[in-house]
Design a protein. Structure first.
Length: 213
């Protein structure tokens, strides 16, 4: 059985996981903890399970996605963890949208705890500036920052759509106008495409940002 706890508020996520661990673990269960400081072999051993005569275990995987090799092993083992009689907990601060979605697909239960935004609401327009400049790195960084600050994907999409239309109106060349027109088309279609594919807007926006617009 697999549980996922994530979010930028690690204290709350860790506390919630602790409550769930206490409720689900059998009395006297041995708790195995693996972090990104462990070797990949330690993760492999934890995933193989206890021996026939060993005590029952609960496995806590804390931040292992930070290790590239362990990241691959963990994702390849999701079905095994879901189907296992043992209990697995995954604790991650900021898994990317695709990874989160993949883990949630196999998790019995998932909870996310993000810290409230301490930034001014105007900061969301930094993502609009990055889109105008075609600054791929800044666009990605600001998109992730807005998600961490609990900005709704619909609000982020609205700002990007507004920025694309503003770019079109203020274009000083045919090239700029064509780029803006293409962005408007993509962004206008994005929510409809997401609904048609049963996909959350957050994941569709991530693909848009990573597409190198």
């Amino acid at each position: 059985m697999l549980y996922l706890y994530s979010g930028t508020d690690r204290k709350k996520a860790y506390a919630a996981m602790g409550v769930a661990l206490t409720k689900t673990a059998k009395k006297g269960s041995h708790i195995v903890r693996i972090t990104d400081a462990n070797a990949p072999a330690d993760l492999g051993a934890a995933l193989r399970g206890a021996g026939m005569f060993d005590e029952s275990r609960v496995v806590v995987l804390n931040g292992v996605l930070a290790n590239e090799e362990m990241h691959t092993t963990l994702l390849d083992s999701l079905a095994h963890m879901r189907d296992s009689e043992e209990i697995f907990f995954i604790l991650e601060e900021k898994p990317d949208a695709a990874t989160r979605k993949q883990i949630e697909k196999y998790a019995e239960h998932s909870e996310r705890y993000d810290k409230p935004s301490e930034k001014k609401s105007g900061d969301i327009f930094a993502i609009a500036g990055a889109l105008r400049r075609a600054d791929k790195k800044a666009l990605w960084v600001n998109y992730q920052r807005q998600l961490a600050d609990n900005a709704a994907p619909e609000a982020i999409h609205g700002v990007l759509f507004w920025a694309a239309k503003d770019m079109f109106m203020k274009s000083s060349s045919k090239e700029q106008q064509n780029r803006a027109k293409n962005l408007i088309t993509q962004l206008a279609e994005l929510p409809h495409e997401a609904r048609r594919h049963g996909e959350e807007l957050e994941y569709a926006l991530e693909r848009f940002v990573l597409s190198g617009v």
